[in-house]
Design a protein around this ligand. Structure first.
Ligand code: ZN
Length: 313
């Protein structure tokens, strides 16, 4: 079920000022705030000054039509507001976010490699899976990579350092244990794994998966259970608000939150981490959203705002 309507235009976080005047104000404030304010002005006004005008095309709104191919932002002139912020400036300066696009489009061609068992602490489990797909063949792996790239653009615009576990730049994988390790080794302030579910038709809506308390073998989630829940609650709340999507009607009892102990990517994490299942690819209504670039932009915006809220406390 979708609650999308005019009142659900993606809200912009913390607007100290609106409109073109913000640019004039920006000239008077400390340099660290400039990137943020420029982003705000562009996103709000829809008619930024010369030099940033192209940024408005990626401002999140129902009318936006971001590129559907999820190209690396740096290669796309429309993929600002990232261009408005310099690395290391902005409210998330100094924060590291690891984004884990679930699966890999190449996994389908590497069945034996991804079937290899890896140790997830509690037991061993397949390295990875192919992921699911819509009935028309739009794969989860393509979807997750696209949303992840949009999310990266949004977070980098606010000064965060963003690292991917894979960016369509390897033949398959990585395995779930490596996905966790990448976040750990980056000392991520937040890590998120992006997925879409493959449940029965009629099962709809998103859910965020939180790590259970697991202390077994190489897994010890005790230090991250509370912070991960905080992260997950922020993400779930923002996702509802920005996308208008309802929490899952088939797991989580309407909360949009599910705790699991069987996911290596969570069990092995030493940094705050959650998964988000953005909806159900096997449901035609959810699938119609997934195949819509404007909706994927909203999904990325919802996730971004949740991460920002978590990181800014
Ligand atoms: Zn998945």
């Amino acid at each position: 079920m979708s609650y999308a309507g005019p009142e659900f235009d993606p809200p912009q976080p913390r607007r100290p000022r609106r409109g073109p005047l913000t640019l004039a104000v920006a000239a008077l404030v400390p340099a660290a705030l400039v990137g943020w304010l420029v982003y705000e002005a562009v996103a709000d006004s829809g008619h930024g000054p010369a030099g940033t005008a192209s940024a408005k095309s990626s401002a999140p709104s129902a009318a936006a039509s971001p590129p559907d191919d999820g190209k690396r932002p740096a290669a796309s002139p429309a993929a600002t507001p990232g261009a408005a912020a310099r690395p290391g400036s902005g409210p998330l300066s100094g924060k590291v976010v690891v984004i884990d696009p679930g699966h890999n489009p190449g996994n389908f061609q590497h069945a034996s490699e991804i079937a290899r068992k890896v140790n997830i602490g509690t037991n061993s489990k397949e390295c990875d899976t192919t992921g699911t797909a819509t009935n028309s063949g739009y794969t989860e792996a393509r979807f997750t990579l696209d949303v992840a790239r949009r999310l990266r653009t949004l977070l980098e615009a606010q000064g965060a350092t963003v690292k991917f576990t894979q960016d369509g730049d390897r033949a398959w994988g990585p395995c779930v244990d490596e996905r966790a390790r990448i976040g750990n080794q980056a000392h991520a302030d937040a890590a998120i794994s992006i997925h879409a579910d493959g449940a029965a038709a009629g099962d709809r809506g998103f859910h965020v998966i939180l790590p259970a308390t697991v202390h077994s073998g190489a897994a010890d989630t005790r230090p991250i259970v509370a912070s991960s829940r905080d992260l997950g609650e922020h993400v779930a709340g923002s996702f509802v608000r920005v996308t208008g999507s309802a929490p899952s009607n088939y797991v989580g009892h309407g909360t949009g939150l599910v705790v699991r102990s069987d996911l290596g990517g969570l069990n092995l994490s030493t940094v705050p981490k959650v998964f988000i299942e953005c909806g159900n690819m096997r449901d035609s209504k959810d699938a119609a959203q997934f195949t819509n670039g404007a909706w994927r932009q909203k999904a990325a915006q919802g996730i971004s705002e949740g991460i920002v809220g978590f990181l800014r406390g």
